[in-house]
Design a protein. Structure first.
Length: 119
């Protein structure tokens, strides 16, 4: 099991930027895919971005392409989500998650960090 802890959320004005961090521990990550998800009040959780830890394959939701960038620092076992051009509709609790690369379902989840974008 991978333990995940998010940080970096907060309140920002529309057009601003935030960088979320996800610190991972408990497993070697070379065979894992890590991702970011978000859930707004009353909405279902949605995929934001993902990265294959080894090889760095990236995926993004269409709603964040060109604005958000996912990356990882292998030395720190930390994944990041750089969010630029934030919009009020980006307001949500952001979660990081992990799954073994041969699986398709995210099994390990962090506790989430709140991002609020004011208009």
């Amino acid at each position: 099991q991978v333990q995940l802890v998010e940080s970096g959320g907060g309140l920002v004005q529309a057009g601003g930027s935030l960088r979320l961090s996800c610190s991972a521990s408990g497993r070697a990550l070379s065979n894992y895919v890590l991702g970011w998800f978000r859930q707004a009040p009353g909405m279902e959780r949605e995929f934001v971005a993902a990265i294959r830890w080894s090889g760095g394959r990236l995926d993004y939701a269409d709603s964040v392409k060109g604005r958000f960038t996912i990356s990882r620092d292998s030395a720190k076992n930390t994944m990041y989500l750089q969010m630029n051009g934030l919009k009020p509709e980006d307001t949500a609790v952001y979660y990081c998650a992990a799954h073994y690369y041969t699986l398709t379902t995210y099994r390990d989840w962090g506790q989430g960090t709140q991002v609020t974008v004011s208009s």
